[in-house]
Design a protein around this ligand. Structure first.
Ligand code: BGC
Length: 718
């Protein structure tokens, strides 16, 4: 592209201002002509970094200092500021990972003109992670990206990918679970899907932002090895997939606010992970303009606060003109590379909303996890005539709140969807008496939580719900519990007595249809847990992450947050997060990572490893056979873990390094192949600041969950 523009550029260089409108129209011409959506999509190719850099450079030369300073602070909370003299148009940004958050108003800013009339409420990202289907992650994200195009939205403020360090984090539903490998594979595809539509993917929140408990005051104390092995791989996946933006987080890392930390941005993000594109702050999360300008940060959101006296900082010599130029150039590079000029609503994309709803439905069908199915109580038999339904999220949708909230349309309620499947056999009772519970053939008891940004929530269910579910399991042995939550909950008091347990997460607008189809057997469940569910919160690695003596039960309060001092969150478990922790400490969880049942059975055999003795540069191919030995078609998620059994530093008992979801007909077998490379065997060596594959023996495990290992083989790194 730049080559084609070069003669034009040099001709107009002297006529400075004439060039911009021309340049910008040339860049975006393919979007302004009346081509079909498909043609547009095929043509969407971002410019390379070098191409965008050259254009950014020529534009930067035309800018006054005032214009530069104007650009590095956001505008009206959700915009990149327009600079009409330079023909740079405003760019609208919208949350988030599970679909477009429609906001008519933000504080006193009227945003109604920028909103879509509707947007699809997709299942929450944690449910997407539970599908373990990276291709579905692409489709889901492509659909979200298309909704952004429908709404003229240039930046999607997502995907979010903070690791599930503990079950109480109010934002777990927005992220991809506890395992860095699974999260990274899902994020790679997510980024590619969003950006295939020309919408910018904004990776967030960088980094170690694993609690929302007074998040603006939490200081994550975490070592470099832990960052690289656990908290950064998902970002790396997004960076390698070409994400054109990234958002820093509210918290501090080792004493520095992430959004203005040279260590976090210049050192880790830019130098170690190689991120070259636009970095923006989270909303109201930075405090020192001088530090910010030197940290590698580019754009302060929602507007310049730390940078409000940028002129003064420059005059005093605290910030150099070159720092400002660096920030501006970075913003412009993403702007030009992603062809963000003049993004307008494109109603033609509304025609695709039907397809988007189907993708949302498919995601829910694949991400609901069946945890317990004693006596094959599920799917419900035709003979069952009297099903008692109760629960808090039967007549209203269970959803996650905060920036990620999506209203949805055609929202399907649990009650309606179950009625569609079972008709009059469903008897909904809000507060059933013990007698009503006893007299039902089957009880479907729904429990859930209302997770949201800005606060954490207890592992325990609210007391009323806990009492209700206990009453159901005590009074009726045929109780099936349906959990609608964005994270793990305590099930210890009733797990053993419940005959069935379905983890349905937040399923979005079509989630309850998928749930009803699973209960009736039209759909065979195939989701597996992307997190471990502990028996007691005190079992979990991050227990005591909030300061001793404090409680989540008092709720979040803006005034308290402002007035309180910074508190330390020690990542004392290091790399032993999630199943790595429970295995290392020999703590039995209630349900392990990677676990989920199907209505059929799978058998594993024939493990083959291409070489049993290998050098670090050899690629290893692991193959094995999965047979459907039951009588229903079903999907299995086969998982590959490695264990380093001869190592100089403590390493986890298992680390996920491969997985594949496969559909198998009854009686059929499929042979799967997974590849491993040097990085898969490596740990992060803080001394050399690099990955290191240490010689010695490793075990390769193939399992249907992290604890249900079917096959294993020892191999030797020479
Ligand atoms: C959230 C971000 C979000 C931003 C804009 C912040 O409070 O942490 O995830 O993108 O608001 O809505």
């Amino acid at each position: 592209m730049y080559k084609q523009l070069k003669p034009v550029l040099s001709y107009f260089r002297s006529k400075r201002l004439i060039i911009l409108p021309l340049l910008v129209s040339l860049i975006s011409y393919s979007y302004l002509t009346n081509q079909s959506l498909q043609q547009q999509k095929e043509q969407f190719q971002p410019l390379t970094f070098e191409q965008a850099d050259k254009i950014a450079d020529s534009v930067l030369k035309l800018m006054t200092l005032d214009e530069k300073i104007a650009l590095i602070g956001g505008d009206r909370s959700f915009f990149l500021r327009p600079l009409p003299r330079l023909n740079l148009t405003e760019v609208y940004m919208a949350d988030a990972t599970q679909g477009v958050h429609i906001r008519d108003k933000f504080r006193d800013i009227d945003l109604s003109a920028y909103q879509l009339e509707r947007s699809t409420a997709f299942p929450c990202p944690l449910l997407l992670a539970a599908t373990w289907n990276a291709d579905l992650s692409y489709k889901y994200a492509e659909a979200v990206g298309e909704e952004c195009r429908a709404g003229g939205i240039g930046f999607l403020l997502g995907p979010g990918m903070n690791i599930y360090r503990h079950s109480q984090c109010g934002r777990n539903f927005e992220y991809f679970g506890e395992d860095p490998f699974l999260a990274a594979r899902m994020i790679e595809k997510y980024v590619k899907g969003v950006q295939s539509t020309g919408t910018v993917a904004t990776l967030k929140h960088f980094a170690a932002n694993n609690t929302d408990y007074y998040r603006r005051k939490s200081n994550s104390i975490v070592d470099e090895r832990t960052l690289h092995e656990i908290y950064l791989p998902a970002f790396e996946g997004g960076i390698d997939a070409g994400a054109a933006a990234l958002m820093t987080s509210y918290n501090l890392i080792n004493g520095e606010w992430c959004g203005q930390s040279e260590f976090v941005i210049n050192n880790i993000l830019r130098k170690q992970l190689g991120f070259k594109w636009l970095v923006m702050t989270d909303w109201w999360s930075v405090y020192d303009g001088e530090k910010l300008a030197k940290s590698g940060q580019d754009l302060e959101m929602p507007f310049a606060i730390a940078l409000k006296d940028a002129h003064l900082l420059i005059n005093e010599g605290k910030v150099k003109a070159a720092d400002i130029d660096r920030m501006v150039k970075s913003i412009l590079r993403t702007y030009f590379a992603m062809k963000l000029n003049d993004r307008k609503k494109e109603p033609a994309y509304l025609e695709k909303f039907g397809d988007h709803e189907l993708i949302a439905l498919q995601t829910a069908r694949e991400g609901v996890v069946l945890l317990k199915n004693e006596d094959n109580i599920l799917p419900l038999k035709n003979e069952v005539k009297n099903i008692l339904l109760t629960g808090d999220y039967v007549e209203k949708l269970a959803v996650g709140g905060g920036a990620a909230f999506v209203d949805g349309y055609n929202n399907r309620l649990m009650l309606d969807e179950l009625k569609k499947e079972f008709g009059d056999r469903i008897n909904f009772v809000k507060d059933p008496t013990p007698e009503q519970i006893k007299s039902a053939e089957i009880v479907l008891c729904n429990v859930g939580t209302e997770d949201r940004e800005g606060r954490d929530r207890p592992f325990e269910l609210p007391e009323e719900q806990e009492q209700k579910v206990i009453s159901c399991v005590r009074n009726n042995p045929n109780t099936i519990v349906i959990v609608t939550s964005g994270s793990g909950i305590r099930m210890t008091n009733w797990n053993d007595q419940a005959k069935g347990i379905i983890y349905a997460w937040y399923g979005g607008q079509t989630g309850n249809k998928a749930l009803a189809e699973i209960i009736s057997g039209k759909i065979n469940p195939s989701g597996k847990l992307p997190v471990t569910i502990e028996k007691e919160f005190k079992d979990s690695p991050a227990y005591r992450y909030i300061p001793e003596g404090e409680s989540l039960y008092t709720g979040w309060n803006a005034e308290v947050e402002k007035s309180r001092s910074v508190y330390d969150v020690h990542y004392k478990e290091g790399v032993f997060v999630g199943y790595r922790w429970y295995e290392h400490k020999n703590i039995e969880p209630l349900y392990p990572f990677g676990y989920g049942l199907s209505y059929t059975n799978f058998e594993y055999s024939n493990l083959n490893v291409s070489t049993e003795k290998f050098n670090e540069n050899d690629a290893i191919v692991v193959s094995f056979t999965v047979k459907n030995s039951g009588d229903k078609e079903g999907m299995e998620i086969a998982q590959l873990y490695i264990q380093d059994i001869e190592c100089s530093i403590p390493r986890p008992v298992k680390e996920l390094k491969g997985f594949q979801k496969v559909n198998v007909e009854p009686g059929q077998s499929k042979t799967l192949q997974l590849k491993l490379n040097k990085k898969d065997f490596s740990f992060w060596n803080p001394a050399t600041k690099n990955w290191f594959a240490e010689k010695g023996k490793f075990i390769i495990y193939i399992g249907s969950s992290s604890r249900d290992i079917k096959l294993k083989k020892e191999i030797d790194l020479l």
